[in-house]
Design a protein around this ligand. Structure first.
Ligand code: FBP
Length: 556
């Protein structure tokens, strides 16, 4: 395959790692904290995770006086789970290098196409020349990914059977909150079965919602938001040059608005909707459109009939009346799946649904444009949720804003023009070459996963902290997965899950945005981040996202 000059150059990049991971592997030690507790529902989780609950936090350091004998060769398998996120290949590269560093006879396998590859027993061995083809590159194509959920007792038994057959010592699951919940369940299951196979998770998702006291950021968020911010900045400059379009840009992020918020901090658009605030204020769709209309009118009165609006992908599920509608639809479609799939036309489907929805939801559903109704009835994801990336929320907002402005024009209350274009930035950012931050962070996470395996730990998430400081000051270690868990309702029953992190309205990133947004709405204050830079001064190439810096109290 022909390589671009950048790809060839990136093969030579040496990821920066914490000081503790630079030492020779036989001098690395793991310090353990006191026992931990889960974020909530402690007594229930203690019962559910009898073998893995309450483990200590692990911190990796080096001990120059303690030289351990070379470890036995290990057989480890990795799996990439869920949506792509830049840096996944470097997790595997870091894991591979550390394994070979521990013992040159260690072997690393990659299950193909995500967790489904474990069930199908489809894996490849990662060799030195193979891993070299993927160092510092984006994508998950090295072993591909998938969204199969391992949940039935038969599937758990099958995972054990496949791992035993392949004589795997440890499984590394690289995924988001759901996949790492699965990692916790598997670690517990293996111990319950009297098996010593270890399970280590790695925090992945561009959405940035797998974070907490111990996990500062999930990998991929940095690169994805930089990619989107470059594009938004370019559009802002185009808007300010042509002065004739309003651009409505939907940004990925299934649920939380971390991506939209980070992009807003980087680009200073006229409007950025934060779903969590919409929910907190119980803002209706009409009220939301009204707030956009006000900004359009103000800018128009200043002679600026152009602007940029950022819309988080998950918004639709945070607008109170839409949330109720979607939840009723999810239940209806889940409980009547067989019958619903016999309805062949959209007209039949919408009539059937309309008759069964509650009065308010039926009214909301009927008032939506047909295309949005159609999108709300499309196939659910494996968790039974509506696939928000397929709903054109940005188009819905444009239609409603345009209708409202037309009414105002008729009444003589709006004299400007409103011509809008829509965009969706999602898949563009998930497989970009990882920024230096993500390349370094991911390599360190993979390397750390191996150190945790060598330390005989299981049910842990690989963690690298202190990320607002230079990489040599990062702190590597492991966080027990049960520490991040609580019980939440899923399909009518309470399940143990890793708590998703939504945007905190009291947090420093949102406060920074809220302090400036009124000014950004009216004045044209765009900033242009430009393309990700891989070579050059550290302030241009190595600084982490503004969200991370603000959360860590660092200068941003
Ligand atoms: P993960 O949570 O698995 O990392 O995926 C996140 C995401 O990129 C969301 O932002 C988006 O809604 C979704 O994946 C799209 O899923 P798919 O790739 O299946 O279309």
């Amino acid at each position: 395959m022909k390589k671009s000059p950048l790809q060839t150059a990136r093969y030579e990049y040496s990821p920066k790692v914490p000081e503790s991971l630079r030492a020779s592997l036989d001098r690395i030690r793991i310090d353990l904290s006191d026992p931990t507790e889960s974020v909530d529902n402690q007594s229930e989780l203690k019962q559910l995770f009898r073998h893995t609950y309450g483990k200590p936090v692990a911190t990796i350091s080096t001990d120059p006086d303690d030289r351990k004998p070379a470890g036995k060769p290990l057989t480890v398998a990795a799996v990439l789970s869920g949506g792509q996120a830049p840096g996944g290949h470097n997790v595997i590269a870091g894991l591979f290098d550390a394994l070979r560093g521990l013992n040159a006879d260690s072997r690393l396998f990659g299950f193909l196409k995500g967790p489904g590859g474990i069930l199908a027993d489809k894996a490849i061995e990662i060799t030195p020349s193979f891993v070299d083809e993927y160092r510092n590159t984006g994508g998950f194509d090295m072993i591909q990914s998938g969204r199969t959920k391992i949940e039935s007792p038969e599937q758990f038994a099958r995972v054990l059977e496949v791992c035993k057959k392949r004589e795997i010592d440890a499984l590394v699951i690289i995924g988001g909150d759901d996949s790492n919940t699965n990692a916790a369940l598997l670690a517990e299951y293996f111990l319950e079965q009297g098996e010593s196979i270890q399970v280590i998770g790695v925090p992945k998702t561009i959405d940035g919602d797998l974070k907490n006291e111990q996990v500062e950021v999930s990998f991929g968020f940095d690169t994805a938001t930089r990619t989107y911010s470059e594009l938004i900045g370019n559009i802002e400059r185009d808007a300010a040059s042509a002065r004739k379009y309003w651009h409505f840009i939907k940004l990925m992020g299934r649920s939380a608005s971390h991506i939209a918020l980070e992009c807003a901090l980087q680009t200073q658009p006229n409007v950025c909707i934060i779903s969590e605030e919409v929910a907190e204020r119980r803002q209706t769709l009409d009220a939301l459109v009204d707030s956009i209309v006000q900004v359009v009118r103000k800018r128009s009165s200043n002679g600026e009939d152009f602007g940029v609006v950022l819309v988080p992908e998950g918004l639709i599920e945070f607008i109170p009346e839409m949330k109720t509608l979607i939840s009723e639809l999810n239940t209806l479609l889940a409980t009547n799946h067989a019958h619903f799939s016999t309805l062949n036309t959209f007209e039949d489907q919408s009539e059937w649904v309309n008759k069964r929805l509650g009065r308010d939801s039926s009214y909301v559903f009927s008032s939506l444009p047909t295309e949005i109704q159609r999108q709300l009835l499309m196939d659910r994801d494996p968790h039974g949720n509506v696939q928000v990336s397929r709903i054109d929320t940005e188009k819905l907002l444009v239609t409603m804003t345009s209708d409202r402005l037309a009414e105002l024009k008729n009444k003589g209350e709006f004299a400007g023009s409103f011509s809008a274009l829509t965009h969706f930035f999602g898949y563009e950012g998930r497989c970009a070459f990882p920024s230096n931050f993500d390349a370094d962070y991911c390599y360190s996470l993979g390397f750390t996963a191996c150190v945790l395996i060598a330390g005989k730990l299981t049910g842990y998430l690989s963690s690298v902290r202190n990320l607002a400081s230079p990489a040599d000051q990062w702190i590597a270690g492991g966080v027990p997965l049960t520490m991040m868990m609580n019980l939440e309702e899923r399909h009518g029953s309470m399940k143990p899950v890793i708590r998703k992190a939504l945007v905190e309205l009291g947090g420093a990133p949102f406060k920074r945005f809220a302090a400036h947004r009124d000014e950004w709405a009216v004045k044209t204050s765009y900033t242009y981040p430009g393309a990700i830079q891989y070579y050059g001064p550290p302030e241009v190439c190595d600084t982490p996202s503004m969200t991370l810096r603000l959360e860590q109290g660092a200068d941003a």
